[in-house]
Write a protein that binds this ligand. Sequence first.
Ligand code: DON
Length: 561
Amino acid sequence: MGTPRSAACAGANTASPRFPATWRYRAGCGAVFGAHAMVASDAPLASEAGVEILKQGGNAVDAAVAVGFALATVYPEAGNLGGGGYMVIHMADGRAAALDYREIAPLAATRDMYLDSTGTLTEKGIVGPLASGVPGAVAGLTAALAKYGTMTLAQVMAPAIRYAEQGFPVDTAMHNSLRGNRELIGEFAGDSLFLPNGEVPAIGSTLRQPALARTLRAIAERGRSAFYEGDIARAWTSELQAAGGIITMADLARYQPVWREPIRSTYRGYTLLTMPPSSSGGVTVTESMNILEGFSPMPPFGSTQWAHLEGSAYQRAFIDRNSKLADPAFVNVPIAQLTDKAYAATLRATIGAGSATPTASIGGTLREGMQTTHYSVVDERGNAVATTTTLNNLYGSGVYLTSAGFFLNDEMDDFASQPGKPNMFGLVQGEANAIQPGKRPLSAMSPSVVLDRNGGLLLVVGSRGGPRIITSTSEVILNVLDYGMTLAEAVSAPRVHHQALPDSLYIERGGVTAAVADSLRAMGYGVAWSRGIGLVNAVMRVRGGYEGMSDPRSSGLPVGY
Ligand code: DON
């Protein structure tokens, strides 16, 4: 096994001279070392499931699929069968792929389905039976295994089935998550399982999920068709429709994940492989980093200029993201232009040395999401998988299907439910991302792989946090490449975020000195303090093996060997 997290902390619990005294995380605390392989996820049992498969000889894709199904069992707030996600794969033999298993709008979806008779946006796109896109998770995980895996579904799903059938101990993180969301869960049928007798299960008690176990077993035996056709599909779509939902058997039958070419770019000689649309993540990460590449060297970490340049790069890339990106099956997305270095240079030229640029003077919109989970896997051969998956909100729409044992997503809220008008977060999105049947809502998920200057694997990284996925993922990459940070330091470092609108520079509380905040204000920035920006799970190649790091902002745990 890798070094346990507590031991790693005991040995390296030092403050970073680069972090201000007010910053709450240490520099070297939390990384786990494995000489052979590493899995970093938001749930310790899911990371262990991945390592179990790796130790049986599975490759990184086998392990990633095992982690995906395990998260659906032990991390129901974001792991899922009822949601979707994105996977970036880099095989040691040089093959690279991106898998889009994002949900799609049901055939019965309509552009104005979340507006009431007065044209006001309702909450139906966020909570309840109408909020869900057609789930892509099972189709995606099974497709990844079929193309790049080496094991059977039954083998890689064994840990998830065991956790669901035999149960697992409710840990503090899960207890707190259920407690924090008891109102949403209690509104729908999940309460009998997750809030027995109206109570949150005690820490250490065993949680068994027999209905989920049956569904998982059926998928393990019959593959994706067990979820998208036949008895189980009929049962859960009927249950959903009885509650007022619109997903039908026809929606399930036509759902397909899409294999795409990863976005491939360079940053100071390193190679970045990341997720193309229907996620905005890869384009926006690439565009931001292309803008920053022209500043050489980057200003000192934590300085006013650091926050100014990173914030300004994100602000500009998000303006393009919000207006130009959407599902490429429906909208012509200018990927080549937005990821072009010459185009980045024109944006860089609009960044003033000593002042903020009001977003209104350069245009832009944005929206925010709630809960997601990213995991990173590297195997002994150097194959790597970066996966981000989500139900959108914690526990998705809140709708739990007792017939099949899972929560459904509320991914429909990632569409512009009311193009051109502020949504319920006070944000505005463009026509390109309006609701259309069969369309994928625009995502910010950014699973990414970084190769070193010789083309060898360096970093596998991604995050959760809605639009903050883009900034937190790229900041960890920048911290390693520009600032030479260790992985633990790079993930623990304070983060900034700018998303064009609201026109604010978000900074994690305590993440810069008062003097830096004052000078940013003097430059014209609206400085907004943030509790946390993103939750990262990353793996980095180091001498003699791999380091895994789960964000100290969350309860994840890397496991390696
Ligand atoms: O696809 C997206 O961009 C959002 N549904 C992600 C939501 C998210 O990350 C929430 N996590 N904190």
